[in-house]
Design a binder for this molecule. Structure first.
Ligand code: ARG
Length: 460
């Protein structure tokens, strides 16, 4: 067996069980690009500070490039007995270029190395998610643009509430996604500080330049406190929390679309390309992708919980427990990227069933609140008008008709304040046209916001 890079004080090797239990290479190999990036910046800094020669630096940089290429070509052998990504790469570098490589770990610990890798990884992951969020927003806005005038029932408590324009509903998702993006952008700000040079926890007596490595790696600045730098995973938590909130948004869209695709609603039809069938029931066409969006949100939330619990009992500074942060982090990012991608594709492949939706609109007295507003305009206090319209609705229920179908004398019998102009308030179309408040479902408002989003998202 090869002796460990840390093996100096040890008289015997670890047991197979311990080796299997403690290794992280089976998943942290995914950090290789960032590990190499960090090592290159570190080696360049060491040379600039006269801690290694420029000759050794060049040998190290060249060796790291070759290793990176080997990894990319799938020709690198990841060894469990070398524990993690850092030692796999360092040991391979020593094998490849010899003595100079042994200087690379000067003024560095795996404790600052791992958290540097992780911050670099998170930065890129956030950027990837931001792109996907925008793609989904674009898909939603394009979908909304196809149905500018389509009125759908708006629900509260999943009971019919008031009529809304479909684009208004779709743009509500777009707004939520925008805040999801905002949270990730905020998180990225705090991710982007450099722990490298914190070493094990206390920094170093060697004359390193942490500002140089931070700058070379495009970090805002080095982290100010070396103990903090290696201790904390709050940036992971913040990232996972932002992902969780986004996942909850996506899950709710998933739920809504699954519901709307049901026979009972029948409001939307996904194309075959985003549906799957049943192995037993030949007639079935299921909206599985959106069900799985709803399902995968569980993972993303669980990943946040895992790391919260992981961190809650740790004393400063580095503890090996922290190795367990990676799988939930990778899992969360993989899930959210997949969810966003499939949501976007789903949005591009559904059609709303205008006829079915329209024929369902008379049900549920969606115009009742507009009727109450009518009475307010006639000077009736709102509480009273609420009561009057309630009685009108009761009348409709007993006559099994719509508010629009009540005769003038029916209305007068409920309250004398009703006049002929009331009919301009009844029916869903009239009702929608009466909305004028900022952010409302009124068509002027919605058209303006749709246009604003098209501009903001750079759609033609
Ligand atoms: N594999 C470790 C992790 O993921 C790297 C740091 C290990 N440091 C140590 N002193 N054992 O956290």
């Amino acid at each position: 067996k090869e002796s460990k890079l840390w093996g100096g004080r040890f008289e015997e090797g670890v047991t197979d069980a311990v080796e299997r239990f403690t290794e992280s290479i089976s998943y942290d190999w995914q950090l290789y690009k960032y590990d190499i990036m960090g090592s290159k910046a570190h080696a360049s800094m060491l040379a600039a500070q006269g801690l290694i020669t420029t000759g050794d630096r060049d040998i190290i940089l060249e060796g790291l490039d070759q290793i990176e290429k080997q990894i990319q070509d799938g020709k690198f052998e990841w060894r469990k007995d070398r524990e993690d990504v850092h030692m796999n790469i360092e040991a391979a570098l020593i094998e490849r270029v010899g003595e100079p490589a042994k200087k690379l770990h000067t003024a560095r610990s795996r404790n600052d190395q791992i958290v540097t890798d992780l911050r670099l990884w998170c930065r890129d992951a956030i950027d990837k998610i931001l792109i996907r969020i925008k793609q989904f927003q674009v898909s939603l806005v394009l979908l909304a643009s196809k149905y500018v005038d389509l009125i759908v029932p708006g629900y509260t408590h999943l009971q019919r509430a008031q009529p809304v324009l479909l684009p208004h509903l779709l743009l509500s998702y777009v707004e939520q996604l925008e805040r999801d993006a905002g949270r990730l952008i905020d998180c990225r700000e705090r991710v982007n500080f450099c722990p490298l040079g914190a070493c094990a926890l206390a920094g170093t007596g060697l004359p390193i330049d942490r500002f140089k490595t931070a700058k070379d790696l495009n970090f805002t600045a080095p982290m100010k406190n070396s103990i903090d730098a290696v201790s904390d995973r709050d940036f992971v938590l913040e990232f996972l929390a932002a992902n969780s909130i986004a996942a909850v948004h996506l899950s709710r869209i998933g739920e809504e679309w699954v519901l709307w695709a049901s026979e009972e609603f029948g409001f939307l039809t996904p194309s075959d390309s985003v549906s799957t069938g049943s192995s037993i029931m030949p007639q079935k066409k299921n909206p599985d992708p959106m069900e799985l969006v709803r399902g995968k949100s569980a993972r993303v939330i669980g990943d946040l919980m895992t790391v919260l619990v992981l961190c809650k009992g740790l004393p400063q500074a580095y503890n090996r427990d922290l190795q367990e942060d990676k799988e939930p982090l990778f899992d969360s990012v993989k899930a959210i990227l997949g969810m966003l991608e499939v949501c976007s594709e789903f949005a591009q492949n559904i059609s709303f069933n205008s006829k079915r939706i329209q024929s369902s609109l008379p049900a549920g007295y969606l115009d009742a609140t507009t009727l109450a507003d009518y009475l307010v305009k006639k000077g009736v206090p709102f509480r009273t008008s609420h009561e009057i319209v309630g009685r009108c609705v009761a009348l409709c229920v007993s006559k099994n008709c719509q508010l629009t179908e009540l005769e003038m004398n029916d209305l007068k019998a409920v309250h004398p304040v009703f006049e002929r102009d009331v009919y301009a308030y009844l029916g869903v179309e009239n009702a929608v046209n009466k909305f004028i408040s900022y952010g409302s479902t009124g068509s002027e408002q919605v058209k303006k916001q749709l246009e604003d989003w098209r501009v903001q998202l750079g759609i033609n």
